[in-house]
Each structure stands twice: as C-alpha cells, then as structure tokens.
Design a protein around this ligand. Structure first.
Ligand SMILES: *Cc1c(COP(=O)(O)O)cnc(C)c1O
Length: 234
C-alpha cells in the first residue's frame, strides 16, 4: 500500500534542525579554540526569518536562546506566542527598521542590531525618554560602502556614535556588519573589529552560515546563522 507523505520537501525535520544546531555549536567551539578564545564568549543567533513556528520550536525545545528575525511584521506574527511558551528566549532584529515600526520593535525585540541612521536614533531616543528601558542596541556599519545597503559608512561612524550617545541618550553596545556578497569577508570583519576597538565597544555581530568561523577568527562575539541550522529558506 502506498503511503501519502504530508511533509513538504523543503521543510527540514525537527531532528535534523536539532542536529544542525549541534553541529554549528560544535563548529563555533572549535573555531573559538583555534583562535585562542573562549567558546562561551560567542553567542549563536539562530536566524529564523521565513521559517514557520514549527521549524523554530525544535531549537527552542533544545534550549537555544538567541534568535534573529529581519522583519518586524513577520516577527510580530510568530514570536509573541513563542516567547510566552519559551520565556528564556531572546529576539534580535537584524533587518532594517522603519521609524514608524520602532515602538513595536522596542516592545518585541531584546536586541536591535540595525541602528543605521540619525532619524532612527532620534526616534529610539524619544521612545526611551517616554518609557524607559530600550532593547540592547548595535550600530550597523556599511563596511563595503554599498549604496544599496543600510548602515553607517566607516568614515561617518565617529559622528554617528557621538550623536546617538550625546544627542539621543542611547547606550550603544556594539557594531554589526553584513559584508558585500561578492567580496572576501575577512577584510570587513577586520575593519569592524578595528572600529569597535576604537569606540571601546565589546559586542561584534558578524558572520553568517558561509563565514561564521572566519568571523570568529576576527573577533566576532555574536554570529548570525540561518541556513546552516534551518536549511534553505522558502
Ligand atoms: C538572513 C540573514 C542572516 C543569516 O544568513 P544565512 O546565510 O542563512 O546564515 C544573517 N544576517 C542577516 C542580517 C540576515 O539578513
């Protein structure tokens, strides 16, 4: 008798997601050791954008804490229920934030990694003045100076961080970058590390599925990995 299989071929199974999460954690550990660093100093942010809640739950059940989403609206649909069921988890916004969604983002996310322009800094400062604590904030740096990409150009970073701190009253915890797709990422990781040291910022979010081990060698304290954990996105 023929059996009907009711699982789409693009869906990665729960056991496979847990196994892939384990593999990525093991690779982070060995990359850290090779770089003479403590594995515990590197946070894995599991990027769950486009993945339905059912694909995210195996990672939550296995105790994984940090997750990344790139759209406020998509996160609003999935995460309130997941956060209630798994209160230990922390959510990172890793995509561009429109100022009119800033309040929603502040309510939903634990970390906003994409503070990328003065108008957004100003808006976040206003929200903080009104309601107190904000999520942890990172500044996105456009290390490749790509015109289509969000982020502060390296030459504008000094002025932008001063604006965030002095004019908006924001506490900036670190820097984030997305290197150009067609370039050797190491140069960009080294640049971000240098910029972070200059501003005495300890938190460096860099490295994705294809290059997180390189990013760790260059000092990443947080890596954002999607495909290597959840499989291809739909
Ligand atoms: C999607 C995304 C990632 C994860 O990319 P993978 O190649 O799937 O690991 C990391 N960072 C940002 C900003 C993203 O948008």
């Amino acid at each position: 008798m023929e059996q009907t299989v009711n699982v789409s071929s693009t869906e990665t199974g729960a056991a496979q997601i847990s196994a892939q999460l384990c593999t990525v954690n093991a690779q982070i550990e060995s990359a850290a050791q090779q770089a003479g660093r403590e594995p515990a100093d590197i946070t894995l942010v599991a990027v769950s954008k486009t993945q339905p809640a059912g694909q995210i739950e195996p990672a939550l059940k296995s105790g994984h804490v940090h997750f990344g989403e790139n759209r406020v609206q998509e996160a609003e649909g999935k995460w309130p229920a997941l956060k209630e069921a798994y209160p230990h988890c922390k959510l990172h916004l890793i995509g561009p934030l429109q100022s009119n969604k800033a309040l929603k983002a502040v309510q939903l996310f634990d970390v906003i990694e994409t503070v990328d322009r003065p108008s957004l800094a100003k808006k976040l400062g206003a929200i903080q003045a009104k309601q107190g604590a904000l999520p942890k904030l990172l500044v996105q740096v456009n290390t490749g100076e790509e015109p289509q990409k969000a982020g502060i150009a390296p030459t504008d970073l000094d002025a932008f961080i001063a604006y965030c701190r002095e004019d908006c009253g924001l506490d900036i915890c670190g820097l984030m970058c997305i290197p150009p797709a067609d370039e050797e990422p190491a140069f960009h990781f080294a640049l971000l590390k240098k910029l972070a040291e200059k501003h005495e910022l300890g938190w460096l979010s860099m490295g994705m599925s294809a290059d997180y081990e390189t990013a760790i060698a260059f000092g990443a304290t947080s890596v954002r990995v999607g495909t290597a954990i959840f499989g291809a996105r739909r």
